[in-house]
Ligand binder design. Structure first.
Ligand SMILES: [Ca+2]
Ligand SMILES: [Ca+2]
Ligand SMILES: [Ca+2]
Length: 243
Protein backbone atom coordinates (compact mmCIF):
# COMPACT_ATOMS: atom_id res chain seq x y z
CA UNK A 1 0.00 0.00 0.00
CA UNK A 2 2.85 2.35 0.80
CA UNK A 3 4.37 1.92 -2.68
CA UNK A 4 1.05 2.66 -4.35
CA UNK A 5 0.57 5.73 -2.24
CA UNK A 6 4.00 7.10 -3.26
CA UNK A 7 3.29 6.52 -6.95
CA UNK A 8 -0.04 8.26 -6.70
CA UNK A 9 1.46 11.22 -4.89
CA UNK A 10 4.23 11.61 -7.47
CA UNK A 11 1.73 11.46 -10.31
CA UNK A 12 -0.34 14.23 -8.74
CA UNK A 13 2.78 16.39 -8.38
CA UNK A 14 3.69 15.78 -12.01
CA UNK A 15 0.24 16.79 -13.20
CA UNK A 16 0.23 19.90 -11.04
CA UNK A 17 3.68 20.92 -12.24
CA UNK A 18 2.83 20.57 -15.92
CA UNK A 19 -0.55 22.24 -15.54
CA UNK A 20 1.29 25.34 -14.31
CA UNK A 21 2.98 25.48 -17.68
CA UNK A 22 0.08 24.47 -19.93
CA UNK A 23 -2.45 27.04 -18.81
CA UNK A 24 -1.40 30.37 -17.39
CA UNK A 25 -4.41 32.51 -16.55
CA UNK A 26 -4.64 35.93 -18.24
CA UNK A 27 -6.20 38.67 -16.07
CA UNK A 28 -9.71 39.78 -17.05
CA UNK A 29 -11.40 42.59 -15.14
CA UNK A 30 -14.65 41.49 -13.51
CA UNK A 31 -14.44 38.11 -15.29
CA UNK A 32 -17.20 36.58 -13.17
CA UNK A 33 -19.33 39.74 -12.87
CA UNK A 34 -18.76 39.77 -9.11
CA UNK A 35 -17.17 43.25 -8.87
CA UNK A 36 -20.40 44.71 -7.45
CA UNK A 37 -22.71 43.19 -4.85
CA UNK A 38 -26.36 42.68 -5.71
CA UNK A 39 -29.32 41.34 -3.79
CA UNK A 40 -31.23 38.42 -5.24
CA UNK A 41 -33.16 39.45 -8.38
CA UNK A 42 -31.34 42.80 -8.52
CA UNK A 43 -29.64 44.02 -11.70
CA UNK A 44 -27.90 47.15 -12.94
CA UNK A 45 -27.37 48.16 -16.55
CA UNK A 46 -23.86 48.74 -17.85
CA UNK A 47 -24.56 52.33 -18.86
CA UNK A 48 -25.12 53.07 -15.15
CA UNK A 49 -21.86 51.39 -14.12
CA UNK A 50 -23.37 47.94 -13.68
CA UNK A 51 -20.61 45.94 -15.37
CA UNK A 52 -17.14 47.38 -14.60
CA UNK A 53 -14.54 46.37 -17.15
CA UNK A 54 -17.06 45.59 -19.89
CA UNK A 55 -18.15 47.90 -22.68
CA UNK A 56 -21.53 47.68 -24.39
CA UNK A 57 -21.47 48.08 -28.16
CA UNK A 58 -24.94 49.44 -28.83
CA UNK A 59 -27.08 51.62 -26.64
CA UNK A 60 -30.54 52.18 -28.08
CA UNK A 61 -34.16 51.46 -27.36
CA UNK A 62 -34.82 47.73 -26.95
CA UNK A 63 -31.28 46.71 -25.98
CA UNK A 64 -29.50 46.60 -22.67
CA UNK A 65 -26.66 44.84 -20.90
CA UNK A 66 -25.18 44.65 -17.42
CA UNK A 67 -24.93 42.47 -14.31
CA UNK A 68 -27.67 40.50 -12.55
CA UNK A 69 -28.07 38.35 -9.47
CA UNK A 70 -30.79 36.03 -10.80
CA UNK A 71 -33.54 34.57 -8.62
CA UNK A 72 -33.99 30.80 -8.58
CA UNK A 73 -37.22 31.11 -10.59
CA UNK A 74 -35.14 32.41 -13.53
CA UNK A 75 -32.01 30.28 -12.99
CA UNK A 76 -32.80 27.30 -10.69
CA UNK A 77 -29.08 26.52 -10.29
CA UNK A 78 -28.15 30.19 -9.82
CA UNK A 79 -24.84 31.52 -11.24
CA UNK A 80 -22.18 28.98 -12.32
CA UNK A 81 -19.71 30.85 -10.11
CA UNK A 82 -20.40 33.45 -7.42
CA UNK A 83 -23.76 35.22 -7.19
CA UNK A 84 -23.93 37.27 -10.38
CA UNK A 85 -23.77 36.94 -14.14
CA UNK A 86 -23.51 39.27 -17.08
CA UNK A 87 -26.47 39.64 -19.43
CA UNK A 88 -27.31 41.05 -22.83
CA UNK A 89 -30.93 41.85 -23.65
CA UNK A 90 -32.21 42.52 -27.15
CA UNK A 91 -35.84 42.97 -28.19
CA UNK A 92 -36.23 42.20 -31.93
CA UNK A 93 -39.38 44.32 -31.89
CA UNK A 94 -37.14 47.37 -31.51
CA UNK A 95 -33.75 46.42 -32.91
CA UNK A 96 -32.36 43.85 -35.36
CA UNK A 97 -29.00 42.13 -35.48
CA UNK A 98 -26.50 40.96 -32.86
CA UNK A 99 -25.80 42.96 -29.70
CA UNK A 100 -22.45 42.54 -27.93
CA UNK A 101 -20.27 43.65 -25.08
CA UNK A 102 -16.51 43.47 -25.04
CA UNK A 103 -13.35 43.91 -23.02
CA UNK A 104 -9.88 44.64 -24.39
CA UNK A 105 -7.18 43.12 -22.20
CA UNK A 106 -3.73 44.31 -21.24
CA UNK A 107 -2.36 41.04 -22.67
CA UNK A 108 -1.07 40.96 -26.23
CA UNK A 109 -0.54 38.06 -28.65
CA UNK A 110 2.71 36.22 -27.98
CA UNK A 111 4.54 34.32 -30.65
CA UNK A 112 3.99 30.57 -30.59
CA UNK A 113 1.39 30.71 -27.81
CA UNK A 114 -2.00 29.03 -27.64
CA UNK A 115 -4.96 30.88 -26.12
CA UNK A 116 -8.08 29.17 -24.79
CA UNK A 117 -11.19 31.19 -23.96
CA UNK A 118 -13.88 29.52 -21.85
CA UNK A 119 -17.28 31.07 -21.10
CA UNK A 120 -20.42 29.79 -19.37
CA UNK A 121 -23.46 30.56 -21.57
CA UNK A 122 -26.81 30.93 -19.82
CA UNK A 123 -30.44 30.83 -20.88
CA UNK A 124 -32.81 32.47 -18.35
CA UNK A 125 -36.36 31.23 -17.81
CA UNK A 126 -39.44 33.38 -18.25
CA UNK A 127 -40.38 34.77 -14.82
CA UNK A 128 -42.13 37.49 -12.91
CA UNK A 129 -39.87 39.74 -10.86
CA UNK A 130 -41.30 40.58 -7.45
CA UNK A 131 -38.55 43.13 -7.01
CA UNK A 132 -39.36 45.10 -10.14
CA UNK A 133 -43.01 44.02 -10.52
CA UNK A 134 -42.32 43.16 -14.12
CA UNK A 135 -42.74 40.06 -16.27
CA UNK A 136 -39.68 39.05 -18.28
CA UNK A 137 -40.52 37.04 -21.41
CA UNK A 138 -37.36 34.95 -21.49
CA UNK A 139 -38.85 31.69 -22.81
CA UNK A 140 -36.64 30.39 -25.64
CA UNK A 141 -33.10 31.38 -26.58
CA UNK A 142 -32.00 34.08 -29.07
CA UNK A 143 -28.57 32.49 -29.74
CA UNK A 144 -25.07 33.49 -28.71
CA UNK A 145 -21.61 34.07 -30.12
CA UNK A 146 -18.29 34.46 -28.32
CA UNK A 147 -15.20 35.84 -30.01
CA UNK A 148 -11.51 36.25 -29.30
CA UNK A 149 -9.94 39.11 -31.25
CA UNK A 150 -6.34 40.13 -31.84
CA UNK A 151 -6.55 43.83 -32.60
CA UNK A 152 -9.69 44.02 -34.74
CA UNK A 153 -9.23 40.53 -36.26
CA UNK A 154 -11.50 37.72 -35.03
CA UNK A 155 -9.08 34.83 -34.46
CA UNK A 156 -11.54 32.37 -32.86
CA UNK A 157 -15.28 32.20 -32.34
CA UNK A 158 -18.14 29.92 -31.35
CA UNK A 159 -21.66 30.58 -32.58
CA UNK A 160 -24.36 28.41 -31.04
CA UNK A 161 -22.20 25.30 -30.60
CA UNK A 162 -24.04 24.91 -27.28
CA UNK A 163 -27.77 25.14 -26.81
CA UNK A 164 -28.54 25.60 -23.11
CA UNK A 165 -32.15 24.85 -22.20
CA UNK A 166 -34.22 27.45 -20.36
CA UNK A 167 -32.87 27.83 -16.82
CA UNK A 168 -29.45 26.27 -17.50
CA UNK A 169 -25.85 27.14 -18.37
CA UNK A 170 -23.40 25.34 -20.66
CA UNK A 171 -19.67 25.99 -20.90
CA UNK A 172 -17.96 26.46 -24.23
CA UNK A 173 -14.31 26.94 -25.26
CA UNK A 174 -12.51 28.36 -28.27
CA UNK A 175 -8.82 28.21 -29.09
CA UNK A 176 -6.31 30.35 -31.01
CA UNK A 177 -2.73 29.27 -31.74
CA UNK A 178 -0.45 32.15 -32.78
CA UNK A 179 2.10 31.04 -35.36
CA UNK A 180 5.68 32.19 -34.92
CA UNK A 181 5.44 34.50 -37.95
CA UNK A 182 1.91 35.74 -37.27
CA UNK A 183 1.42 39.44 -38.10
CA UNK A 184 -0.92 39.55 -35.10
CA UNK A 185 1.90 39.15 -32.57
CA UNK A 186 1.86 42.18 -30.27
CA UNK A 187 -1.81 43.00 -30.95
CA UNK A 188 -4.03 43.39 -27.86
CA UNK A 189 -6.52 40.61 -27.10
CA UNK A 190 -10.24 41.39 -26.88
CA UNK A 191 -13.06 39.18 -25.60
CA UNK A 192 -16.47 39.75 -27.17
CA UNK A 193 -19.76 38.30 -25.87
CA UNK A 194 -22.80 38.50 -28.15
CA UNK A 195 -26.57 38.01 -28.05
CA UNK A 196 -27.45 37.09 -31.66
CA UNK A 197 -30.98 38.46 -31.26
CA UNK A 198 -32.26 35.66 -33.48
CA UNK A 199 -35.29 33.96 -32.02
CA UNK A 200 -37.52 34.09 -28.98
CA UNK A 201 -36.10 34.54 -25.52
CA UNK A 202 -34.66 38.08 -25.59
CA UNK A 203 -31.72 37.47 -23.24
CA UNK A 204 -28.40 35.59 -23.11
CA UNK A 205 -26.42 35.38 -19.86
CA UNK A 206 -22.66 34.95 -19.44
CA UNK A 207 -20.43 34.01 -16.51
CA UNK A 208 -17.03 32.72 -15.42
CA UNK A 209 -15.05 34.08 -18.40
CA UNK A 210 -11.55 32.58 -18.43
CA UNK A 211 -8.62 33.02 -20.81
CA UNK A 212 -5.46 30.93 -20.52
CA UNK A 213 -2.23 30.92 -22.48
CA UNK A 214 0.18 28.04 -22.93
CA UNK A 215 3.09 27.08 -25.13
CA UNK A 216 2.14 25.37 -28.39
CA UNK A 217 4.26 22.36 -27.57
CA UNK A 218 4.09 20.94 -24.06
CA UNK A 219 7.78 19.98 -24.28
CA UNK A 220 8.62 23.67 -24.77
CA UNK A 221 8.36 24.19 -21.02
CA UNK A 222 9.88 27.68 -20.92
CA UNK A 223 7.77 28.76 -23.89
CA UNK A 224 10.56 30.32 -25.97
CA UNK A 225 9.75 28.32 -29.11
CA UNK A 226 12.86 26.12 -28.88
CA UNK A 227 12.97 22.67 -27.33
CA UNK A 228 16.34 22.12 -25.69
CA UNK A 229 18.03 21.14 -22.42
CA UNK A 230 16.73 24.31 -20.78
CA UNK A 231 13.21 22.87 -21.07
CA UNK A 232 14.30 19.65 -19.38
CA UNK A 233 15.84 21.49 -16.44
CA UNK A 234 12.86 23.87 -16.25
CA UNK A 235 10.65 20.81 -16.00
CA UNK A 236 12.84 19.38 -13.23
CA UNK A 237 12.56 22.66 -11.34
CA UNK A 238 8.81 22.57 -11.61
CA UNK A 239 8.75 18.91 -10.61
CA UNK A 240 10.72 19.64 -7.43
CA UNK A 241 8.65 22.72 -6.62
CA UNK A 242 5.45 20.82 -7.18
CA UNK A 243 6.51 18.09 -4.77
CA1 LIG B 1 -20.38 35.03 -11.46
CA1 LIG C 1 -29.54 34.62 -6.83
CA1 LIG D 1 -34.77 31.76 -22.18
Amino acid sequence: MLANRCITTSLVCLLEATSLVRGQSIPIENAGFEALEFEDDEFLVGTEGGAPGWEGEVVELGTSWGTWNPPAIAHPQEAPRGDNMGWIYADPGFVSGPIGMRQTLQATVRTGATYTLTVAIGNPMEYFSDRYQEHFFFKGFPGYRIELLAGEVVVAFDENARAPADGTFERTSICFAAQDDSPLVGEPLTIRLVNLNDGPGLEVDFDDVQLTVSPVCWADVDGNGVIDADDFFAFLDLFVLGC
